[in-house]
Design a protein around this ligand. Structure first.
Ligand code: SF4
Ligand code: SF4
Length: 259
């Protein structure tokens, strides 16, 4: 049965405990034959990515913990450097991979250790998973997440049907990867007031999405697919349509005058 990571991004607070735990486990520690010591700088086998999205007063921050190297693409490219494991964890064996800079150059999440002359990346904390005397028997990043946003186990334990992967060959699954948003404040230029209760409709090839302006005149069309949209704002016979694309980025729009 293959092991997978299952990361629920609705729970992740961006605290970076997982990233720090991975460094703590491997910097200054060698866990042969699974992993050689990780340099203190230059490598993040677990990297918390942080992205500020939108503009002006309509901004959100999303956090995505990224576990590199756990991809079958490495197994297909260089099976001779991997440890054979029944649980499917990808472990680049330091002794077998000496001199293989090409692996680090080919795969994001695999790093070159200049001093040791080896490519390195997440080994799934195989030394902990295999250690029957370990009190945790699970990866450090999983054990150190205070909100249980990262889980690790057999793939049958998780509902993977709606989960997504950054790499289709990876064993790292995400629940609720961030989608795009459109947000703005709507105001009445004659009354010089914000407009509460306007109905906002975004139509695009991927669907129709609606929202209503709140008591600050704001609307948020959240978690919509990246697409081109015609966004129509309506209230009391007044109507305004703007063309908005979220294909490249989220949209925190300038204030919209409803006339
Ligand atoms: S499983 Fe272990 S090696 Fe991999 S990212 Fe988590 S802490 Fe680091
Ligand atoms: S430890 Fe958990 S909550 Fe904190 S950044 Fe990592 S996944 Fe998110």
């Amino acid at each position: 049965m293959s092991k997978v990571f299952y990361i629920d991004l609705q729970k992740c607070t961006g605290c970076r405990n997982c990233q720090i735990a991975c460094k703590d486990e491997f910097c200054g520690n060698s866990w042969l034959p699974y992993a050689a010591e990780q340099p203190e700088i230059g490598q993040f086998w677990m990297e918390l990515t942080e992205k500020e999205r939108g503009a002006g007063s309509h901004v959100r921050v999303s956090y995505v913990p990224v576990i590199g190297a756990q991809t079958q693409a490495i197994a297909a490219y260089a099976p001779e450097v991997l440890m054979e494991r029944e649980d499917g964890l990808i472990v680049i064996e330091p002794d077998k991979a000496k001199g293989r800079r090409d692996i680090a150059e080919k795969f994001a999440g695999v790093f070159w250790n200049e001093e040791l002359g080896i490519p390195q990346g997440c080994c799934g904390c195989a030394h902990l998973v295999d250690d029957e005397e370990s009190p945790i028997r699970t990866p450090r990043c999983v054990d150190n997440c205070p909100v249980e946003a990262i889980l690790f186990g057999d793939e049958s334990e998780f509902d993977l049907a709606g989960a997504e992967r950054l790499d289709p060959q990876s064993s790292v699954y995400y629940k609720e990867l961030p989608q795009t948003f459109i947000a703005a404040t709507v105001f009445d230029p004659d009354a010089m007031e914000i407009v509460e209760g306007a109905v906002v409709t975004a139509k695009g090839a991927s669907g129709t999405f609606t929202a209503t302006t709140d008591r600050w005149g704001d609307f948020w069309l959240k978690e919509i697919p990246a697409d081109d949209y015609a966004v129509t704002i309506e209230k009391d016979g007044k109507k305004k349509t703007v063309q908005v694309s979220t294909k490249d980025e989220d949209q925190g729009l300038p204030d919209i005058a409803l006339v």
